[in-house]
Write a protein that binds this ligand. Sequence first.
Ligand code: PLP
Length: 421
Amino acid sequence: MDATEFRRRGKEMVDLIADYLENIEQRTVYPDVEPGYLRSLIPEEAPEEPDTYEDVVKDIERVIMPGAASPACTELETVMMDWLGKMLKLPEDFIAGTHGQGGGVIQGTASEATLVALLAARCRAVRMILASDPQRPETGITSKLVAYSSDQAHCSVERAGMIAGVRMKKIPTEQSDKYAVQGETLRRMIQEDKAAGLIPFYFCATLGTTPSCAFDHITELGPICNAEKIWMHIDAAYAGSSFICPEFRPLLNGIEFADSFNFNAHKWLLVNFDCSTMWVKKRSDLIGHWQIPLGRRFRSLKMWFVFRMYGLKGLQDYIRKHVELAKEFESLVRADQRFEISADVVLGLVCFRLKGSNEVNETLLKRINNGRKIHLVPCLLSGQFVLRFALCARTTESRHIREAWQLITQLAEEVMQELPH
Ligand code: PLP
């Protein structure tokens, strides 16, 4: 949809809402539908090819209005989470409309999903211990609980531990392991903590870490968590959208061992903020506590519109284009002997730096950002100051990549003349 069509459609939508308000007295106050009414009115899966805008808008009256305002809100959310879960080829356990016991819920942010999972894991751990030792005081259990995440995990994981009032330990990662948590390291920490009387209960794995887009080895970590009855939550805030493409789906292998999984559809799947999609393997672990607020927004409407107007193929193309552009940027960096690539380029993030001191790279970053044409956010990888080039805008083209690189190299030349490196 270009700007002209968006203007036109936007005005049509205002008319539709105004008509609704003007004629609201002619509508029934209480819906006359049975629970589950909505699922049978729409397809079981997202379309491969785009639907027309007219088709989607027509369906508002047919699908949504009979169940306005709830249950339509809850039901569309459940079905959209199934659509998306199927696009990701999640195991059936996570899909609500199957024989499995799981399902999806939209959270506002990945931080909330991590916290909700942690709280559910805490409840489950306490319940399991009390089942075998009913006399044990609950406070004595929670004070012994220990959760884990990678030292590369987002700070929201540490914050979730603080809010939940549980000990959170960071698992060290190495450059030689591509900053991924190793099964052996997790196993050792669990054994040491158990020997010290602690109770390991939660592990937050990251697929696509914030600094370098590293992937924890969940095929190795998952069985360890399952054997130890540790809740494995997977935070794929950024990378998760890419798993709708068959070529990136192997990055999610091991999901079958997870208790919960989350990514931000608002990050890279063209759904506007906020829309953080979370699945659990067992709904009963969350029932009553699906999210922190009680009230719900009708966020699944925007998923419905986006999935239908792009179709699965359109969304896959969008992801692929960004990855291709990231590869193009990577090739430009690799072709210039003054620079180096600091981490594998798997998706749309390129970590790179000038060969040389942190100071020279910090100065380069300042020059780039002061220029106000492109904005890079740095990170530290094994003590090295690294620049991060992230593809995230809908309209980015090859020419933007080339222009950005020209600017970066021009500024790098200036910096290298001024500073020893
Ligand atoms: N997890 C990872 C891996 C992230 O990269 C981010 C943010 O960039 C987050 C969590 C936090 O996301 P949110 O702002 O949705 O809480």
